[in-house]
Design a protein around this ligand. Structure first.
Ligand SMILES: *Cc1c(COP(=O)(O)O)cnc(C)c1O
Length: 396
């Protein structure tokens, strides 16, 4: 099959066949090349490989056929020229943020960030002379005001964790481009199916593949997708020499996850929409935030830049922490876990788990109250989930 025909495939086809490197054995399912190294026919062949005169693999810290398949399949889905897979989402985020910067540069980031992303921007980068400013990213005026002559990188996630705020990717990217800065979007919450940051003007997209891409709670993984020139100049040597490489076994698991990604995300989003509607009308619920409902604070932006809602719901319970804990403890199907994007529905109380390291003020700025819980909707029957939530709300 030629790569040319691959270019016209719809996502569901790319996710089953894209990037396949079938061996001489003709296996149907992708092979797991669980190997550290590669052998050469001769000393001359090794020399030529190292000189770059022949194509091929050298060492699995540099590249591996199973990992390569995962990268190519993700490129086809995202419409990206190139990608590098990583051992976790945080390895991808760290590389995407730090590799293009140097001491004296400035990062402008939306403050509603996954906790570890916020640590990289706010704590790690400044240790190496890279300053960062965190703003409320929902208003483009805040980005304009905070730009400095040395701002080289804009970074944000959308929708955000856990309050599902949405940031205008096209507007922020246009501003960044006008000041010569690059845009990195953490697209985990939207998934590659429901939002295309590169088409909206971003330069680089990062994923924690741990979430919907695996989708069945097994492997950590991540990926950085961008233009080939930027990856060649900024990521290539960093990956070879610092080793954030993805394990071939995990790459294989993620490849199999990609095959069913559209089915899972579509079903989980549909169930989440039903559940959000049920919760919004419930007397024990103060507020539901769900991209895809007409009462989302940025409903028109959601409609403009996303093709679906979300598999996540942010719920504000009446009765604060006590009600939130009683609710979580009374659930029978939904499990208490800080992960997301899984086939199993998971619930977490951000103020005491994922966002416990923030100050009370920082949490309040993000809209995380003592009664806030984040629900990641899984693949169970939506009616069963609604029954479970209903009986737990009665207990709360
Ligand atoms: C989980 C997550 C990460 C980190 O990914 P890991 O695979 O856990 O390292 C980064 N960003 C967002 C938005 C996430 O949800």
């Amino acid at each position: 099959m030629s790569r040319d025909s691959e270019r016209n495939w719809k996502p569901a086809t790319s996710l089953v066949h894209g990037g396949t490197l079938r061996s001489e054995h003709g296996e149907t399912s992708e092979a797991i090349y669980l190997t550290q190294g590669y052998v050469y026919d001769s000393a001359e062949a090794a020399e030529a490989r190292f000189k770059g005169e022949t194509q091929g693999f050298i060492y699995s810290r540099y590249a591996n056929p199973t990992v390569d398949m995962f990268e190519k399949r993700m490129c086809a889905l995202e419409g990206a020229e190139d990608a590098r897979a990583t051992a976790s989402g945080m390895a991808a985020v760290t590389a995407a943020i730090l590799c293009g910067l140097r001491a004296g540069d400035h990062i402008l980031a939306a403050r509603a960030l996954f906790g570890s992303c916020r640590w990289v921007v706010e704590t790690l980068a400044p240790k190496y002379g890279i300053e960062a400013t965190l703003i409320d990213g929902t208003d483009i005026a805040n980005w304009e005001k905070a730009v400095r002559p040395n701002t080289k990188l804009f970074f944000f996630e959308s929708p955000t964790n856990p309050t599902l705020e949405v940031i205008d990717i096209a507007a922020v990217s246009a501003l960044a481009r006008s000041v010569g800065a690059r845009v990195v979007v953490d697209n985990v919450f939207a998934t590659p199916l429901q939002q295309k940051p590169l088409e909206l003007g971003a330069h680089t997209v990062v994923y924690s593949a741990t979430k919907h891409i695996d989708g069945q709670g097994r492997c950590l993984g991540g990926i950085v997708l961008s233009d080939k020139k930027w990856i060649d100049e900024n990521l290539h040597d960093y990956f070879r020499h610092t080793g954030p490489s993805l394990s071939p076994f995990n790459a294989w698991t993620l490849l199999k996850g990609l095959e069913t990604l559209p089915l899972r995300v579509r079903q989980q989003t549909e169930s989440a929409g039903r559940i959000a509607d049920f919760l919004a009308d419930h007397p024990k619920v103060a507020r539901v935030i769900y991209p895809g409902r007409a009462d989302h604070p940025q409903a028109s932006l959601v409609a403009r830049q996303m093709t679906g809602g979300s598999t996540l719901i942010c719920i504000e319970l009446k009765g604060g922490k006590q009600a939130a804990f009683a609710f979580e403890n009374a659930l029978g199907i939904v499990l208490i876990s800080n992960n997301l994007g899984d086939a199993k529905s998971l619930i977490t109380h951000p103020a005491t788990t994922t966002h416990k390291n923030l100050t009370d003020q920082a949490r309040a700025e993000l809209g995380i109250g003592p009664g806030t819980v984040r629900l990641s909707v899984g693949l169970e029957d939506a009616g069963d989930l609604i029954d479970d939530l209903d009986q737990a709300l009665k207990a709360a």
